[in-house]
Design a protein around this ligand. Structure first.
Ligand code: KG4
Ligand code: ZN
Length: 340
C-alpha cells in the first residue's frame, strides 16, 4: 500500500519540504538563506522571517515536483526540535494547520534522529544498501557531534557527545579566524585539497571515553595564527591551503579516533555517518579506508541528505506512521536536544 508523507524542516536556516512514497523520495526542495552570509553566522530573527516567506512556496513546489495533490497525503511530519525556536515555530505552526486542514495525522520528528534515519531513504534509480541494526552513527553537524547506537528505528542510545563545540562549529570557527566566508566547512574542505595536511600540528584533546571536545583546538588555532601574524602579516594569505588542510586533518583525526573506540567498545562494525559535516571529503575517504582496514560496513549519506533537508524528516515520519505514533495539536517545539 502506497503511503505519501510530507516532511517539513525549519530548524535552522534551511526551509525544506519533501514528499516520500513509502521509502522512496519523490521531491526534496530546500531553500537556503543567503541573508546570513554577511553576518558570518545564522541570525535567528532573520531566519524566522525567511522561513515565514519561504514555507508555502517550498511546500507547493515539493508537491508539484512529486506530481501529487495535497489530498493524496497520508500524514505531515515536521521537525519539533532541537533548533532555533523562532525557526521551529514556523514549521510547527504550518504543519499543524496543514494537517488540521487536510484532516490527516500530524507526526513530530526529532531533527537528530532524522539525520540518522536518512540512511533508509531510497531514490528512484537504485536500491541503496541500508545499515543493519544495531549500527553506530557518527552525527556531525553545525550544532551537534554525537555517536549513537541504533538498535531499531525508534531505539537509539547516545554513547558519545561533545562537551563544548560541535565539529561543524570547529570548521566554521577556524574558517572565521582565517577570514573565510560562512559557512566555513565547505570552504576549508575545498582549499585543503591544495594544501599540505602535515605542515602544521595542532594539539588533540585528551577526553576520556567516547566524548568529544573542540574548544581547545579552536583556541590553540587562534593563538597560533595570532602569533604568526605578528611575525608575518601575510602569514594567512601565504599559507591558507596548508592551514586549511592541517586543521581539517586534526578535526577528522579526533572524529576517527572516537568512532574507532566506539566500534571496539561495542563490537559493532556497521558504521554510518550523518549531519552536515559528513559532506566533508576527508571524513568520507577516511571512513572508507578505516572500514576497509577494520572490516566495517560503512554507510555514507548521499550529498543531498547530509545537510539539513526535509526528506530525512519525512522518512523518520514514515517510520512513526507505520508505528501509529501521532502528535497532538497542542505540542510546542523544543530548542535543546532531548537525548543529551
Ligand atoms: O547538518 P547541518 O546542515 O546543520 C546543522 O544541523 O547544524 O550542518 C551544517 C554544518 C556547518 O557547520 C558546515 O560548515 C558544515 O556542516 N559543513 C562542512 C562541509 N559541508 C558542510 N564541514 C566540513 N566540510 C564540508 N564539506
Ligand atoms: Zn542538521
Amino acid at each position: 500500500m502506497k503511503k505519501y508523507i510530507l516532511g517539513i524542516e525549519s530548524s535552522c536556516d534551511d526551509t525544506s519540504a519533501a514528499v516520500l512514497e513509502n521509502y522512496k523520495i519523490l521531491a526534496n526542495i530546500i531553500a537556503g538563506q543567503e541573508v546570513h552570509k554577511k553576518y558570518g553566522g545564522v541570525v535567528p530573527e532573520l531566519a524566522s522571517r525567511a522561513h515565514q516567506q519561504n514555507i508555502i512556496p517550498v511546500v507547493d513546489l515539493a508537491l508539484k515536483t512529486a506530481g501529487i495533490s495535497k489530498h493524496k497525503l497520508h500524514a505531515i511530519a515536521f521537525t519539533r526540535g532541537p533548533g532555533l525556536l523562532g525557526s521551529l515555530l514556523v514549521g510547527t505552526s504550518f504543519a499543524k494547520a496543514f494537517a488540521l486542514g487536510l484532516d490527516i495525522p500530524l507526526i513530530e520528528v526529532d531533527h537528530l534522529k532524522a539525520h540518522i534515519l536518512a540512511h533508509f531513504i531510497q531514490n528512484e534509480t537504485e536500491t541503496r544498501k541500508v545499515p543493519e541494526f544495531p549500527f553506530l552513527c557518527l552525527t556531525i553537524s553545525g550544532g551537534h557531534t554525537q555517536i549513537a547506537k541504533i538498535s531499531g528505528n525508534s531505539k537509539m542510545e547516545l554513547i558519545g557527545n561533545t562537551l563544548d563545540d560541535a565539529a561543524g562549529e570547529a570548521f566554521d570557527k577556524a574558517a572565521k579566524i582565517l577570514g573565510l566566508p560562512y559557512p566555513g566547512g565547505p570552504v576549508i574542505d575545498k582549499l585543503a585539497q591544495q594544501g599540505n595536511p602535515d605542515k602544521y600540528q595542532f594539539p588533540k584533546p585528551r577526553i576520556e571515553g567516547l566524548n568529544f571536545s573542540f574548544s581547545g583546538l579552536k583556541t590553540s588555532f587562534l593563538y597560533f595564527i595570532r602569533d604568526e601574524l605578528k611575525k608575518d602579516p601575510q602569514f594567512i594569505d601565504n599559507n591558507k591551503n596548508d592551514l586549511c588542510a592541517s586543521i581539517q586533518k586534526t578535526i577528522v583525526e579526533i572524529l576517527m579516533d572516537k568512532i574507532t573506540a566506539a566500534s571496539e567498545l561495542t563490537g559493532i562494525r556497521e558504521i554510518a555517518l550523518a549531519g552536515g559535516v559528513s559532506a566533508n571529503s576527508l571524513v568520507r575517504s577516511e571512513l572508507v579506508s578505516f572500514g576497509e582496514r577494520l572490516g566495517w560496513n560503512v554507510y555514507i549519506p548521499e550529498f543531498q541528505f547530509t545537510t539539513d533537508n526535509a526528506a530525512m524528516i519525512a522518512i523518520a515520519g514514515y517510520f512513526k506512521y507505520l508505528d501509529g505514533e501521532f502528535a497532538s495539536q497542542d505540542l510546542a517545539p523544543y530548542a535543546r536536544s532531548r537525548n543529551e
